[in-house]
Design a protein around this ligand. Structure first.
Ligand code: SAH
Length: 349
């Protein structure tokens, strides 16, 4: 990519191929692209002057041509369970959130793809903020760099989930470019099976994502019938369940080893009955899937309540005897407002 003279480009918006083109167009070998990527993405060094294996004149040129940072830390909060929430600020003073979640065998980063969200799912705090704008690739990538640098975790980030603020499939181009950098062995080198993009069901974009990058797809289902899903996920009025499942069945390589992940937020008295569980079993029969049940994280912006433990048990029991592969997701970081659907809470309520 030829850069416009006198115009600074954010390095983290560039793919490796575009960086190779940059070096070639400056009559330099393209392996420089890999060297720079190793500094920035693997060693977390963002000042070209410190890239000691690169010619000094080139270091100076890169310092002029590129900026390397998009975000800065506004606030970091540490949960008792080890979860870290970062409130990060863009150059145009918008705030977004990223959450780092340690588990015994992995360290997962939950990234945002938009400032706010346009979908207004009834129980989600982010939806209450409204939509401001899409993040660009550098702003998605920088969440990784910053959370890695400023948190106390020694371990490397092993998993990336697009489950923060926003709807990734409504910002697909920037999300795919970011995923390509996460996947690239020369950049972040995260295996495809450890990257998950979650959607509320933007049906026309699903196959485009799955054919572009080999990530896991998660779908926020929350109801197995249209009348209820219309209320919980208003996007369902545009893309109803039958259309969604028609599309899911066309995902390349769909199999038990490469299933669709479904999220089902359990809301007391709304979608947690035995009847709801049976509907879910019927809907998912024959679809290679893994189902994540998430008891709703309560927040002051909505009246939804978490079901009692025995109701959750009964619900899970019906799913298990219906042959579904199901896990109950433990809420993480709720004491710092970092749990699912709590992002943006403090500024809104
Ligand atoms: N827009 C995308 C990405 C967000 S993922 C999507 O909808 O998939 C965040 C997940 O947390 C979604 O499944 C969302 O429905 C769920 N969620 C939102 N608010 C929640 C809450 N209060 N409690 C539990 N889960 C919630």
């Amino acid at each position: 990519m030829a850069l416009q003279k006198g115009f600074t480009v954010n390095y983290k918006n560039m793919t490796l191929r575009e960086m190779q083109d940059y070096f070639l167009s400056n009559s330099l070998p393209k392996f420089r692209a890999e060297q720079v990527a190793a500094w920035v993405y693997q060693k977390n060094v963002e000042d070209p002057m410190m890239m000691s294996n690169i010619d000094i004149n080139l270091r100076k040129k890169m310092k002029k041509d590129f900026e390397f940072q998009s975000l800065r830390v506004e606030e970091l909060s540490y949960s008792e369970d080890g979860t870290v929430k970062g409130i990060l600020k863009t150059k145009d003073n918008n705030l977004l959130e990223s959450v780092l979640i340690p588990e015994s065998d992995r360290l997962t980063l939950c990234v945002s793809s938009q400032i706010g969200c346009s979908l207004k799912c009834s129980f989600c705090a982010t939806g209450k903020m409204g939509f401001t704008r899409n993040l660009d690739t550098s702003e998605i990538i920088d969440q990784f760099c910053i959370m890695k640098r400023y948190t106390h975790h020694e371990a490397s980030i092993t998993n990336v989930v697009f489950m923060g603020m926003g709807e990734p499939l409504l910002n697909l181009e920037a999300v795919i470019r970011a995923v390509e950098l996460f996947l690239s062995p020369k950049a972040f080198n995260i295996p495809a099976k450890r990257i998950t993009v979650s959607t509320a069901g933007v049906v026309p974009k699903i196959l485009q994502l799955c054919k572009s990058v080999p990530v896991n797809l998660a779908v926020s289902l929350h109801a197995a019938k249209d009348d209820l899903r219309n209320k919980l996920v208003p996007l369902n009025r545009k893309f109803p369940i039958a259309k969604l499942f028609e599309t899911l069945k066309e995902i390349p390589n769909l199999s038990k080893r490469h299933p669709v992940f479904f999220e089902y937020t359990l809301l007391s008295g709304i979608n947690d009955s035995k009847h709801d569980a049976r509907n879910l079993v019927a809907l998912l029969k024959g679809v290679p899937s893994k189902l994540n049940i998430i008891p709703v994280n309560q927040h002051s912006g909505s009246n939804f309540k978490t079901p009692e433990a025995n109701v959750i048990d009964t619900f899970m029991g019906i799913l298990a005897s219906g042959g579904l592969v199901t896990t109950l997701r433990k809420s993480r970081g709720s004491d710092i407002g970092a749990a699912c659907g709590q992002l943006a809470l403090r500024r809104v309520f």
